[in-house]
Design a protein around this ligand. Structure first.
Ligand SMILES: [Zn+2]
Length: 404
């Protein structure tokens, strides 16, 4: 199958070409060669870009299909139990009507540490989520780090996620990994060739993660205390370490119960693709973990400082079974990113070429010959008005057209 998209504006993952033709040959992007094609699509007034990569999600049944509906062609899962992971992986390999998947599998946390308290609180979810929730392996001492990583490798993880969070931003006092265990996990992960990503919520824990040699942070920190390094100093340190940061602004907004995020259900371009349940989830401010009331403002300020310092920001939503909603939330994340400082083009890069580079996904994240035909075609120009990503005309996953 050969599809030609004619006269289209292309955001290639890094920069914008005002008008060109793009050929989809089978499951790959190809150079147009003038030969007859099976399908021709008029791209005038539209923008073609790489399929979106959500750099922080939690998958369960039905979520990868939902993500693709909103132009998210790859999800980077940040905590998934083994049975569920094997099932979602099989789905992503066999089908083209779902987003592709990479996963951290079972995250490393202390016994009864975050997010055990959420899983315990979500009793209603237990029935719906099946094997996506339940008991999981934890780690108490540094001597077990190598064994822990080996067990995860056997389950097929792509990178290692490490939780450093005592729940203080939610007024809790949860067991937390010691600096020694964190350092041992990072070392064991690196020895196994894995990237290491830390879940942190505070400036203090961000420092701990940097000291351990972490590769990336799963959230912008959204809480500082007197005595913590100034935000700008910490941003400079993150930049100097070459550490990437997944923003998850829409998640922080959700758990802070900030009603601004409900604009998504008032935007017909998004609402038309949402189920009744998802609409309610976005409007309801579901959360078992309230954060510091200044969380969203602080997170925006931190994001701005990280951007100024030149840190690689990756767009991620922390989409889960409730809210943020898979796929839909990416469009809110992109808007929130631009409100924090990055240009629309920089925000789009943070959702395409940025995560592909940070996670070593060399086959996607850009529009270029030879890469996977994971593509999103929208009406209008999101390099000027970021909300144009919501005007989805077509999605291709591995060359397969989703809506046409
Ligand atoms: Zn998460």
């Amino acid at each position: 199958m050969h599809t030609l998209i004619r006269d289209v504006r292309v955001f290639d993952g890094e920069r914008t070409v005002p008008r060109t033709d793009v050929l989809i040959a089978g499951d790959l992007i190809a150079e147009p060669d003038g030969r007859p094609v099976d399908v021709e699509i008029d791209g005038s007034g539209r923008t073609l870009m790489p399929g979106l990569i959500d750099a922080h999600t939690h998958v369960s049944d039905g979520m990868l299909a939902k993500a693709l509906t909103f132009g998210v062609t790859t999800e980077l899962d940040m905590f998934c139990l083994p049975g569920n992971l094997a099932r979602q992986r099989r789905l992503a390999a066999e089908r083209d009507d779902v987003a592709d998947l990479r996963s951290a599998g079972v995250l490393a946390t202390a016994p009864s540490g975050h997010p055990s308290q959420i899983m315990a609180a979500e009793s209603e979810a237990l029935a719906w989520l099946g094997d996506a929730v339940g008991p999981f392996d934890t780690i108490g001492d540094a001597g077990r780090a190598k064994e822990f990583v080996e067990a995860r490798l056997a389950e097929g993880i792509d990178y290692l996620k490490i939780v450093i969070d005592d729940g203080c931003t939610a007024g809790l006092d949860l067991p937390v990994l010691s600096p020694g265990v964190v350092a041992a996990l990072v070392e064991a992960g690196h020895a196994a060739g894995l990237r290491t990503i830390a879940h942190v919520a505070t400036a203090r824990d961000t420092v701990l993660a940097l000291d351990a040699g972490i590769d990336g942070l799963a959230h912008v920190f959204h809480h500082s205390e007197p005595g913590d390094p100034p935000v700008e100093d910490l941003a400079a340190r993150i930049a100097a370490h070459g550490v990437f940061v997944i923003t998850t602004l829409t998640y922080i907004e959700t758990i802070a119960q900030d009603p601004a995020g409900a604009e998504l259900v008032r935007d017909e371009r998004i609402a038309a693709r949402l189920s009744e349940r998802d609409r309610a989830a976005i409007d309801r401010d579901h959360s078992a973990v309230p954060v510091h009331p200044d969380g969203v403002a602080h997170a925006r300020r931190v994001t701005a400082a990280l951007h100024e310092a030149g840190v690689a920001l990756l767009a991620g939503t922390d989409a889960n079974f409730f809210a943020p909603v898979h796929g839909a939330a990416m469009h809110r994340e992109l808007l929130m990113l631009t409100q924090a400082g990055p240009s629309p083009e920089a925000a789009l890069a943070a959702a395409t070429s940025g995560p592909a580079r940070a996670f070593g996904l060399a086959d996607r994240g850009r529009v270029a010959p030879g890469l996977r035909a994971d593509l999103l075609l929208v009406d209008g120009d999101p390099t000027r008005d970021i909300t144009a990503t919501r005007a989805i005309a077509e999605v291709w996953r591995r060359g397969v057209r989703r809506f046409g």
